[in-house]
Write a protein that binds this ligand. Structure first.
Ligand code: WT7
Length: 648
């Protein structure tokens, strides 16, 4: 373990940083005036008459009465300002030398064409469009085309299964799906269209599927429904007049795991979201649009990609790198090669990636020129001090400060983070709430804890990019986030304050796991397991894992009929169950281990005591078992590990 270290903000950076230390006092003095100033960085068709309407809390409206077009702000206005030749994306395909540079002028033409094509397919403002794509430029084009015509998009991560895709299409009642034949992953083309075909077979209201050709693999074709992107978009006009939409017009729905089996559709709206993402992108990454090359190494299918590959960077006129594939294809130095080649100045990624690179060894990045880097970011899970220091030293050459950014799909924008040139860095701490953001650590009663103590992270003030509700479920929105503590947003994270009052995130306090920065619900995986005919009951816990942060550990009770007399639960059965979860949710949800047990530990009221199972999974002595209905169960579980039915 490293003793607690503290890195002072580099003076060099402080002298030229976009924001200065007085920004906190400025925001404290008048929070709404502060966000109003941030909103003025964008181009509005009609100015707002009120910054915030919180009268109907927790339902917020930001920049009330304002009208704005998100795509115009991300693309057209940069072209109009004379920056049409500037590169918006250095796109890097996974196969080597498969690259494409897209300027703002080209992006504008593509977005206009796609907007015209979608209109041609009958998409109107307010209609939902599902996007199930690999990491290719057309994904960004599709999102912006939707935004341009006011059709909220719902991007479904390409690693999700057809079942997960179907559920999301149905939940938000999308009428059009945009996909591709597939994308490159680990050196080979992976298919996407078959999953769409499977999903859409159960979505009778989907009338068109727009298909980008990326890999050239064979696809099944339904003439009544499927349209090639090149035929529809490629032939459309590059002229399109953007319509200004109400600031609160829905921009997108992003599904994320909650504590129940049913994913939550997080709704983000237009004006406030664009203000929150563009301001934080500019301030936290000290973004200089003239000179920086910015790379968020995440998938667009997650909120990190929405906010910091697409909307934030484009609104700021940034040149970004976008990479299609995995970090080890065709070799383990791929990321560093990309940084060297494109002279990346800012890298933003997840601790799980950093830990993987650490494991592969410093020799690999050491072979590349990373001297253009000036700032590093981390997101998605707590960064352990070892990984922080390795990232800072080995990747950042000791000169790049690390911004450990805490936020969520729900918050839309960065919330807790150091500011470059202003805040010191402490490995493992996200430090403090950004200007204009109110965060506290509270105890069970909702009272703020003192420095040196722990509790729950809450947000005390509404913020521009906050979720507005859960799609179609206002009640669940109120219950999930605003009922635990009166008047406070409950984030679901445990946190502690150190003696200086800086915030350390400690992980989820609910039934949500964080595996490689991906958010998974224990209940959702349990439901998937129980849907298998051989499983009677299942309990899932996220156990600490040195590589992935947490790992999915499942405990299952088999049905009587699952095994014949004397037969054991063997590896083939475990594999079958793991694959079943993968098919139901997606490969990311596949349990790392599945133990067949005779019983599950339950309280007298029948609630599964996951805490005890976590002890087992993390190979600790099992803690307090006095609240168990049957206190012998833990012994049975430990004896019966993976041995199946004959221990009954
Ligand atoms: C959860 C949100 C925000 C984009 C990626 C994840 C955890 C996120 C940090 C951080 C500690 C973090 C929290 C949060 N988390 N960033 N810097 N330090 N934990 O978005 O899938 O909505 O997950 O990720 O537990 O609640 P998400």
């Amino acid at each position: 373990m490293h003793e607690m270290r503290r890195f002072e903000p580099p003076a060099e950076l402080a002298a030229h940083a976009n924001v200065t230390a007085d920004v906190y006092a400025e925001a404290d003095a008048d929070r709404l005036a502060f966000w109003e100033k941030a909103a003025e960085r964008l181009s509005w068709d009609t100015k707002w008459d009120r910054v915030l309407d919180w009268d109907n809390a927790p339902f917020a409206q930001w920049f009330v009465g304002g009208k704005i077009n998100a795509a115009y702000n991300c693309v057209d206005r940069h072209v109009e300002a004379g920056n049409g030749d500037k590169v918006a994306y250095h796109w890097v395909g996974e196969p080597e030398n498969d690259t494409r540079d897209i300027t703002y002028a080209e992006l504008k033409d593509l977005v206009c064409q796609a907007a015209n094509a979608l209109t041609g397919l009958g998409v109107k403002a307010g209609d939902r469009v599902a996007i199930y794509m690999p990491m290719i430029p057309e994904t960004v084009v599709a999102m912006l085309a939707c935004a341009r015509i006011g059709a909220p998009h719902t991007v479904v991560f390409g690693g999700f299964s057809s079942t997960a895709l179907r559920d999301r299409i149905q939940d938000c009642d999308a009428r059009v799906v945009i996909t591709s034949d597939g994308g490159y992953r680990r050196g080979a083309p992976a298919a996407l269209k078959p999953a769409v075909d499977e999903a859409v077979a159960q979505c009778p209201d989907v009338r068109s599927v727009l298909v980008v050709q990326r890999t050239g693999q064979d696809v099944e074709w339904d003439d009544s429904r499927d349209v090639w992107w090149d035929d529809a978009v490629g032939t459309a006009s590059t002229e399109h007049t953007p319509e200004a939409f109400d600031s609160e017009h829905p921009l997108y729905v992003m599904y994320t795991s909650g504590t129940t089996g049913k994913p939550k559709g997080i709704l983000h709206t237009t004006g406030g979201y664009l203000v929150g993402t563009s301001y934080t992108h500019w301030s936290v990454f000290d973004l200089k649009p003239e000179t920086d090359i910015f790379w968020t190494a995440a998938d667009i299918g997650w909120v990190t990609g929405h906010s910091y590959i697409v909307y934030g960077p484009l609104a700021n006129g940034t040149t970004s790198v976008m990479y299609e594939g995995t970090p080890d294809t065709p070799h383990k130095g791929r990321w560093w090669e990309i940084i060297q080649q494109h002279k990346v100045t800012i890298l933003y990624c997840a601790p799980t990636a950093i830990r993987t690179f650490m494991k592969w060894g410093s020799d690999i990045p050491d072979e590349f020129d990373l001297s253009t880097l000036r700032l590093l970011g981390s997101v998605g899970e707590p960064i352990n001090p070892e990984a922080y220091i390795w990232y800072r030293e080995t990747i950042g050459g000791g000169r790049c400060p690390v911004m450990d950014t805490w936020w969520q799909t729900e918050t839309g924008q960065l919330m807790i983070s150091p500011l470059p040139g202003i805040t010191a860095g402490k490995p493992g701490s996200a430090m403090k709430a950004l200007p204009g953001i109110g965060a506290l650590v509270v105890d069970d009663e909702g009272n703020a804890v003192q420095p040196g103590s722990g509790g729950y992270l809450v947000l005390t003030e509404p913020w521009p990019a906050m979720l507005r509700t859960l799609w179609g479920d206002d009640e669940r929105y109120q219950d999930t986030y605003w009922s635990r503590f009166q008047g406070l947003y409950f984030a679901g994270d445990g946190a502690k304050l150190d003696e200086d009052g800086d915030i350390w995130l400690l992980g989820r306090v609910d039934d949500v796991m964080n595996v490689s920065g991906h958010r998974l619900s224990t209940t959702e995986i349990e439901s998937a397991l129980v849907s298998h005919p051989k499983v009677a009951e299942a309990a899932v816990v996220g156990a600490n894992d040195p590589d992935t942060g947490q790992a999915v550990n499942a405990f299952v009770i088999l049905r009587e009929s699952a095994l014949k007399d004397g037969e054991k639960a063997d590896d083939a059965l475990i594999q079958e169950l793991r694959n079943h979860v993968s098919k139901e949710i997606g490969p990311i949800a596949k349990p790392k281990s599945i133990l067949v047990v005779p019983e599950l530990p339950k309280t007298r009221s029948g609630k599964i005591m996951r805490r005890l199972l976590r002890d087992v999974a993390e190979k600790r002595d099992v803690g307090d078992v006095t609240t168990l209905a049957d206190s012998t169960i833990m012994d049975q579980i430990k004896q019966g590990l993976a041995t199946g039915k004959d221990d009954d």
